[in-house]
Design a protein around this ligand. Structure first.
Ligand code: SF4
Length: 367
């Protein structure tokens, strides 16, 4: 699989307000905040102690464009596997820690680039301070990952009357604990499965604190429902200039998380992602199988330069028109398929030759 290298557009389209400035945090080679491009994250779903399986998935996510990949460090076997995974991984890794602060210490010793701790379940403040001191010694940042589903019990009353406020207060209190040992190399996430709570919490946090924000809707759902729920929520925040890094959390192959994130950021003009495939939605006039053709083209085109446009149109109604603004256009007719290059009719081919011609034409765009 070829490597996908996302590029930053460096520009904001009028639909997005300027990014809100946040402090800069360095995670290995990736900068978060400080107006750096919004970093895309995903998380492995392998057992971390399975070194080969976990590395395989990390590489797939990196090929799809993930800037950072998170792995769970949930037991001693996972911690023991981490040094080999860190050594071989081709992107900076984030260790996901719950309940046992010793796993955070082990992840730091393994050379992890960032820690994610959950203030609702990491234990007492003394444990958080111990982790912060060790992270500071190694120059490793920490994400304070607050989740509505695992808020510390001290915020439960507040959660009943002000769920977004409970998320914000939990994060601010944890930042204070970290600051008590001079640790400020932090990122914050305020997650809920309720979009309006995420939006409100992130807005309120950005008004009172310049710590970079990791955006996400937790437990968003399956491929289609989760993508819609996440992009609807994150799109609001990003268009207001809020958000420095993000994960689209899906109950699906995590490669879809990365692809959905880039499509969203590209639509908002915040990052360049993949070459764009324009495909008609099909109707009773359709002359070729546009659905499978467009999916195939999307797969073939994912390593093309992101400014390329390919249109796949099922008939001549809109086909020639769309092809005019595409680098490569396909418009199906009754017996032949018209192939356009840079808006000009290039040739008419037989339908049975379409797949072979597509391969050839897309390879030409790669050159
Ligand atoms: S381009 Fe043709 S086949 Fe596709 S939706 Fe439009 S009219 Fe239907």
């Amino acid at each position: 699989m070829s490597e996908f290298t996302p590029r930053d557009t460096g520009q904001h389209r009028p639909t997005c307000r300027p990014r809100r400035p946040t402090r800069s945090v360095q995670v290995g080679r990736v900068q978060i905040g400080g107006l750096a491009p919004v970093a895309v994250q995903s998380m492995t779903c392998t057992r971390t102690h399975d070194v080969e399986g976990t590395l395989g998935q990390i590489r797939e996510l990196a090929s799809a464009g993930a800037d950072l990949v998170r792995v769970t460090v949930n037991d001693e076997a996972a911690a023991a596997a981490l040094p080999a995974i860190v050594r071989e991984a081709n992107v900076p890794l984030v260790a996901d820690i719950h309940y046992d602060h010793k796993m955070a210490l082990a992840a730091l010793a393994a050379g992890i680039a960032k820690l994610r701790i959950n203030p609702g379940n990491i234990g007492g403040e003394d444990k958080v301070r111990e982790v912060a001191r060790a992270a500071k010694d190694r120059g490793v940042p920490i994400r304070v990952g607050v989740n509505r589903g695992s808020l510390h019990k001290r915020y439960r009353d507040l959660r009943m009357i002000d769920p977004a406020g409970a998320l914000v207060q939990s994060a601010l209190d944890e930042l204070e604990v970290l600051a008590s040992v001079g640790f400020d190399d932090v990122v914050v996430s305020l997650k809920s499965s309720e979009p309006h709570e995420v939006i409100e919490a992130c807005r309120r946090f950005s008004e009172v604190c310049d710590v970079p924000q990791h955006l996400g809707v937790t437990e968003a759902g399956t491929l289609h429902a989760g993508t819609a729920r996440s992009t609807a929520t994150l799109g609001v925040l990003l268009s207001e200039g809020i958000g420095d890094t993000l994960r689209i959390s899906l109950a699906a192959d995590p490669v879809h998380e990365v692809r959905a994130a880039f499509h969203m950021l590209q639509a908002l003009g915040l990052r360049e992602g993949y070459a764009r495939v324009v495909a008609c939605p099909t109707c009773g006039r359709v002359e070729v199988d546009v659905m499978s053709l467009a999916a195939k083209v999307e797969e073939l085109a994912k390593d093309l330069p992101p400014d390329k446009v390919i249109s796949v149109m099922g008939c001549i109604v809109n086909g020639p028109g769309e092809a005019k603004s595409a680098d490569l256009g396909i418009a199906a007719g009754k017996s032949k398929v018209a192939i356009y290059r840079q808006g000009e009719l290039h040739r008419n081919i037989d339908k049975e030759d379409l797949e072979a011609v597509l391969l050839e034409e897309i390879a030409r765009l790669r050159r």
